[in-house]
Design a protein around this ligand. Structure first.
Ligand code: NAI
Length: 385
């Protein structure tokens, strides 16, 4: 099979998320890093791209890359990842989708619900794939958890408890640091800081593993550092369309917590618990039996877990490999389209534009509810109400 060609916007030298995308996209030999506009500073972007082997396909800006790649016909990049700051996602994603490219956009997909709906519609109209990088849904044992819940291992889901709490913005003396400050500035971050940055990962994971969508929510948001306009901590209660009750805590002032993403799902006949900092173990407690530790890579896991696990049992698989699973899914989706065949349904688990849109609607509801003493609000985007 010929390798697909992959390009990236953003993710320049020193960026936080660029390296994980390069590792993830390259891991299985399905995609080749071919083009990029990697930096908001054109010269640095070209120089870094050339150092990474992109040659004359290292571009100074995303519009330049879009126009040049369109001219290449069949030789153009097959997939473009958008890994720039949030406020640029909409225009870049829209531009590439309309230009005939498949896109993987970083989260949050857009800054507003209206933009999110527009992206969903453009993806539908053009027929191009628009995925959103809820990359943690690529972990092998998260896929296994989803499969276990779907086949009824814990019975009907009663309660989901999701967390994404870290402590890296807790230092009041560091609050004016330019890398921290913009996140709490409404002009740059939008209506929400911590929920939009981290909470949406936890909420997406709650939907992903249960197969249920969030319908309504009530939020208690707070700025623990009083000078912050936007929240640095939120507790969100929610309800899901399959009847599950949801609880979600997200924080950036939880000193001692590192990445802090985790999920627990409790059903009528069992419970499941997984934490991203120990991603190779899934804790499973069937009702009235003993606690079981499921290890990534062990025998008799679900096909969904087997196809997303590469290294033998006992060796840790981490975040870039979870991202790699999103890329493997996308490579299969793109290859199937090229060959005019149906895609492998097991690969159809990558997060889609509708997931990005649902997150934006939840972000807006959390911000509004938080300002109104936790009033319960519809959390669905208008097109799904
Ligand atoms: P960063 O600030 O570390 O890096 C951003 C990069 O984009 C820089 O190299 C910058 O030069 C480049 N850039 C900015 N504007 C550009 C433009 N118009 N054209 C081309 N390049 C441009 O940001 P970070 O932390 O890497 O975040 C990027 C995105 O990834 C954000 O949307 C963030 O929310 C998301 N993210 C997602 C994570 C996940 O787990 N899925 C984790 C961390 C970040």
């Amino acid at each position: 099979m010929k390798k697909l060609k992959w390009g990236m916007i953003g993710g320049g030298e020193g960026s936080q998320i660029g390296p994980a995308h390069r590792l993830g996209s390259g891991l299985d030999g399905l995609l080749e890093f071919t083009a990029g506009a990697l930096d908001h500073r054109p010269e640095q972007g070209i120089e870094y791209g050339q150092r990474l082997g992109l040659g004359d396909r290292a571009y100074g800006g995303w519009q330049e890359m879009l126009e040049a790649e369109k001219q290449r016909g069949d030789d153009k990049v097959d997939l473009v990842t958008v890994a720039t700051p949030n406020s640029t996602h909409f225009e870049i994603t829209k531009g590439f989708l309309e230009g005939g490219f498949h896109v993987l956009c970083e989260k949050p997909m857009t800054m507003t619900v209206e933009e999110g709906e527009e992206i969903v519609k453009i993806a539908e109209k053009t027929g191009n794939i628009c995925a959103v990088n809820y990359g943690y849904s690529g972990y092998s044992l998260v896929r296994h958890m989803k499969a276990m819940i779907a086949r009824g291992d814990i019975g009907k889901v009663r309660l989901v408890n999701a967390e994404f709490a870290h402590g890296h913005h807790a230092d009041a003396a560091d609050a004016e640091n330019p890398r921290v400050r913009w996140r709490y500035d409404p002009a740059l971050a939008g209506v929400s800081a911590q929920f939009a940055d981290c909470g949406i990962h936890a909420m997406h994971m709650a939907s992903f593993v249960t197969g249920q969508e969030v319908t309504k929510l009530s939020a208690d948001t707070v700025s623990c550092l009083s000078q912050r306009v936007l929240e640095d901590d939120a507790m969100v209660n929610f309800r899901m369309d399959g009847g599950a009750v949801g609880r979600l805590w997200t924080s950036s002032i939880a000193i001692g917590r590192q990445h802090g993403l985790g999920i627990q799902v409790f059903g009528e006949t069992g419970g499941l618990r997984w934490s991203q900092e120990q991603p190779n173990q899934l804790f499973y407690m069937p009702l009235n039996q003993r606690l079981q530790v499921i290890e990534r890579g062990e025998a008799n896991l679900s096909p969904e877990a087997d196809r997303t696990s590469r290294v033998t049992i006992g060796h840790a698989e981490g975040m870039p490999l979870a991202f790699a699973n999103i890329y493997t899914d996308l490579a299969e989706a793109i290859q199937a389209r090229k060959e005019g065949r149906a895609m492998d349904p097991a690969a159809d688990l990558y997060p889609k534009a509708v997931d990005g849109l649902r997150s934006m609607a939840a972000v807006v509801a959390v911000a509004k509810s938080g300002k109104s003493d936790g009033v319960w609000l519809d959390a669905r985007p208008p097109m799904f109400q």
